[in-house]
Design a protein around this ligand. Sequence first.
Ligand SMILES: [Zn+2]
Length: 332
Amino acid sequence: MGQSLIATAKQFGTEEQCLAFLEALRWPDGLRCLSCGSDKVARIVTNETTRERKNRKGEIREVRVPARRLYQCNNERCRYQYSATTGTIFDKSHLPLAKWFMAVAIIANAKKGVSAKQMQRDLECSYPTAWFLDHRIREAMQDGTLGMFTGTVEVDATFVGGKYDKRRKKSKYDKQAVAGVIQRGEDGEPSKVKAFVVPNEIKPVMMGVITENIAVEAEIMTDEHRSYHALTSLGRKHQAVRHSTKEYVRGNVHTNGIENFWSLFKRGVIGSFHQVSVKHLHRYLNEFSFRFNQRECEDLFTLIIMNLAIGNALRYKALIGKTAESKSSEIQ
Ligand SMILES: [Zn+2]
């Protein structure tokens, strides 16, 4: 769950508040220099100045450069200046941090997702800005590696409606195949999900999905689609529910978990986004999977801000400063 929008507005209404939050997230053990790793860092605030800039007509105009809150390394040989946003996605953005934070709170709160149109209204920004925010935040809503699924695992594929093709005058909607796997918890309820866009010719694809995501010892639950016929002969534990004879549950044999996930996803896609181009479908799948997998996370807001700020684990080291190396150089 995210926090309320009013709480977000109070807590992160100013640039200063947002920067302090980012600082605490990035350097929980105290500030470090991003260049040399030193912990002797001073806080400075630059004065507001003006700068000359040419506009498109070639006229020179003065633009205001607002005061900046920076850190400066006290190491004589370094003196590196940086800020709480250096190296993060926020650094390359002209948007005030308060808008970024509000956008994250809106998305964290919306169970079914938020369209760029809605974001535009809520944030009082342009449509391109809302679209950009929407997609960047959605990209940050990704689970780390979830590993191989084991125990009882449901597998299913379905088709999601695409756009009506005016140019080719196709009278039906183009459909895109998506595949998903759900691992059940000890209580038999779905515990985690992975979902992907796959080629529409799903039969050859599903074996790959299973091999790459489901441990050999797992018990696999599917419908009776021919994609899964070879599983038993490959030594997999496999049970199929026979939808064709109106059989939907046979003891613990069913695919209700993954089917509920699909219906939630489809309602979200149709209800909030109306049209989703195939190019962006994987992002929406990521968002819905992330929301599902993090449903017990008490602070989705912070988790998303953290993902936005530090990106993946590889970038993490560069962002917090090379503390390990700097320590060894201090010893010498
Ligand atoms: Zn330094």
